[in-house]
Ligand binder design. Structure first.
Ligand code: FFO
Ligand code: GTP
Ligand code: MG
Length: 473
C-alpha cells in the first residue's frame, strides 16, 4: 500500500529504502526509443539518448564496442558504412541502474542540428524509434524510478521561471512532497485495517464505535491532509502564480484599481455604472510571484442581457480565484457593498479594498469587516503599496520560499478530495455509527492520494501528463 520508493538525486541515503518491488508486470513498452536531449540549435555539446532493450546492440554498432558501464568512453559514432558521423563521449547505463531503469546509452557529440539529425537517422536505422515528449520520464515512472509527483517536478524544474520556483521543484523531485503523501497513506491504511476488521467482527463493532480513539485518529489524519493541502497550495502558487479576482458593485473603482496595480491604462474607466462587461486580464510580477489580475463586471441584478452575462462571468472568476478583492466605494453606503461578501466561496481567501480614500470626509471612519481590509485610492495611488504587501501576505507567499515544494493544481485537487472523504467518513461514523460507510470513504481518500503519486492512475490521464513534457525528457 505504501507508495513507490524514492531516488534522491544528489543526496543518496537521505531517503527511506525502496520498497521491495511488487512482481512487476512486463514493461509496458518494449520498443527502444531515442531522442536529442539537448535544446535544438547550435551548442557546445549535443546529447542523444537511447533507452530500451536494443540499446546494447546499438552501442556496439555505433561505438564499435559496448562501453564499460557508467564510464565515459571517447569514441567515434559510426554510420552504416563505418564512417564517423561525429566523435564524442559514450556512456552506457545497464538496466536497472539508469534514469529510465532500462538500458540507456548516451552519445555526447558536438552540438549542431545536422550532426544530431544524422545521429538520430542512424539510431532509427538500428531499430530505435524517436521518443514521444516525456517518454524517458514516463519510462522512469513506469519502472518505479520516480513517482508521478517527482516526474512532474522534473518538468517543472526545467520550466521554472524564478529561483524560488526552481528550488521548490528540486525539493519535490527529491521526494519531499511524495514522502508527506505517503505518510498520510500509511495513516489511512492503518485506519482501514482497523475499521475493516471491526466490520468483520460485528459483535465487537459496538466496542469499536465507542472507541473514541478512531475518531481522534480520523481527526489527526484530516489535520495532516489539511496541512499538506495548505503547503501544496503554496507550491502551486510558486509554480503558477495566483489568480486575483477584482469584484464589487458597479462604479466601485475596480477597473481603476486594475489599471493602478498594473501601472498601465488597460481597462476602460468611466463614471457610468456597468462600464466593464468582459473579464479583463492583466498580470503583474509581485516580487517574483506572477499575479494574474481579473477585472470584472460590477455585481448587480440587471435587465441588460450583455451586462447580465458579464455578471455571470464575474461570479465564475470569483469562484475560481485564489484571492478575491471586494472593492468598496467609500463615497457610497458600505453595508450593501459589504453584503457581497456573502457570495464569496471562501472568506479565508478574501480581502476588502476600500477605494476612493481621496474623497473621504474628515470625520468619516472605515467600517469593521469580516475579512482584512486595506484603504486605497486608485486615483492617487495612496495605499497601493500596502495592498500589494497584503496580497503577498494573504497567499502566504514569501514564507514559502524556504522548505516548500512545488505542486500542481492536480495535486491540490486530489488532496481536497482526500480531505473531503476523510471528513465525510468521520461524519458517517459519528452521526450514523456506520463503520462500513467510513471504510468506503477511507478507501476513496486513499484512491485520491494514489492518483496524486500515480500509484492508481488512469492511463489516459498519465498520457496527458507526460505529453506536456519536452521531447528528450
Ligand atoms: N548526462 C546526463 N545528465 C543528466 C541526466 C541524464 O539523463 N544524462 N538527467 C536526466 O534527467 C538528470 C540526472 N538524472 C539521473 C537520474 C538517475 C540516473 C541513474 O543512473 N540512476 C541509477 C543509479 C543511481 C546511483 O548510482 O546512485 C539508478 O537509479 O539506479 C542518472 C541520471 C540530469 N543530468
Ligand atoms: N475620487 C476617486 N474616484 C475614483 C477612484 N477610483 C475610481 N474612481 C472613479 O469612479 C468611477 C468608476 O470607476 P471604474 O474604475 O470604472 O469603476 P468600476 O468598478 O470598474 O465600474 P464598473 O466597470 O462599471 O463596474 C470613475 O469615474 C473613476 O474615475 C478613486 O480612488 N478616487
Ligand atoms: Mg470596470
Amino acid at each position: 500500500m505504501s507508495a513507490n520508493g524514492f531516488n534522491s538525486p544528489g543526496q543518496p541515503g537521505d531517503q527511506p529504502a525502496r520498497q521491495p518491488a511488487a512482481p512487476s508486470p512486463e514493461p509496458a513498452d518494449r520498443e527502444t526509443i531515442c531522442a536529442v536531449a539537448t535544446p535544438p540549435g547550435m551548442g557546445g555539446i549535443g546529447v542523444v539518448r537511447v533507452s530500451g532493450p536494443a540499446t546494447a546492440a546499438i552501442a556496439r554498432a555505433v561505438c564499435g564496442r559496448l562501453p564499460a558501464p557508467r564510464h565515459a568512453v571517447y569514441t567515434s559514432f559510426a554510420d552504416a558504412g563505418g564512417t564517423p558521423i561525429d566523435t564524442g563521449l559514450a556512456l552506457y547505463f545497464p538496466a536497472p541502474h539508469s534514469f529510465t531503469g532500462e538500458d540507456v546509452l548516451e552519445l555526447q557529440g558536438h552540438g549542431g542540428p545536422v550532426v544530431l539529425a544524422g545521429m538520430m537517422r542512424r539510431l532509427v536505422e538500428l531499430g530505435a524509434r524517436p521518443a514521444r515528449p516525456g517518454e524517458f520520464s514516463e519510462r522512469a515512472y513506469l519502472n518505479d524510478k520516480l513517482d508521478l509527483v517527482q516526474a512532474e517536478a522534473i518538468a517543472d524544474l526545467v520550466a521554472s521561471g524564478t529561483e524560488a520556483a526552481a528550488r521548490a521543484a528540486q525539493r519535490s523531485l527529491s521526494g519531499v512532497f511524495s514522502q508527506r503523501v505517503d505518510e498520510v497513506q500509511e495513516r489511512l491504511t492503518a485506519l482501514r485495517v482497523f475499521v475493516e476488521a471491526s466490520i468483520d467482527f460485528p459483535d465487537e463493532e459496538i466496542d469499536f464505535l465507542a472507541d473514541s480513539d478512531v475518531v481522534e485518529r480520523l481527526e489527526a489524519t484530516a489535520g495532516a491532509i489539511h496541512a499538506l493541502l495548505a503547503e501544496a497550495r503554496q507550491g502551486r502558487i510558486l509554480r503558477d502564480g495566483i489568480e486575483l479576482a477584482i469584484v464589487g458593485q458597479p462604479n466601485a473603482g475596480k477597473s481603476s484599481l486594475l489599471n493602478a496595480l498594473a501601472g498601465a491604462d488597460r481597462a476602460i474607466v468611466t463614471e457610468i455604472p456597468g462600464t466593464t462587461r468582459d473579464v479583463l486580464r492583466e498580470w503583474i510580477d509581485l516580487d517574483g510571484i506572477p499575479v494574474h489580475l481579473a477585472d470584472t463586471a460590477g455585481l448587480r441584478e440587471t435587465g441588460d442581457r450583455v451586462e447580465a452575462e458579464g455578471v455571470r462571468r464575474a461570479r465564475a472568476v470569483l469562484a475560481g480565484a485564489d484571492l478575491a478583492l471586494l472593492v468598496v466605494d467609500l463615497t457610497e453606503a458600505p453595508d450593501p457593498q459589504l453584503a457581497l461578501l456573502d457570495e464569496f466561496p471562501d472568506l479565508e481567501r478574501a480581502r476588502v479594498v476600500f477605494n476612493k480614500s481621496d474623497r473621504m470626509t474628515r470625520d468619516q471612519t472605515v467600517p469593521a469587516t469580516a475579512v482584512p481590509a486595506t484603504v486605497v485610492s486608485a486615483r492617487t495611488g495612496a495605499g497601493l503599496d500596502s495592498l500589494k504587501a497584503a496580497i503577498r501576505e494573504s497567499v502566504g507567499a514569501g514564507e514559502q520560499t524556504e522548505g516548500g515544494f512545488s505542486a500542481r493544481q492536480r495535486h491540490v485537487d486530489a488532496l481536497r478530495r482526500a480531505e473531503r472523504h476523510v471528513a465525510q467518513g468521520r461524519a458517517r461514523l459519528v452521526d450514523e455509527g456506520a463503520a462500513e460507510l467510513l471504510a468506503e470513504e477511507l478507501r476513496l481518500a486513499q484512491q485520491a492520494l494514489g492518483e496524486l503519486t500515480g500509484e492508481m492512475m488512469p492511463d489516459d490521464l498519465l498520457g496527458a501528463i507526460f505529453a506536456s513534457f519536452c521531447i528528450g525528457k
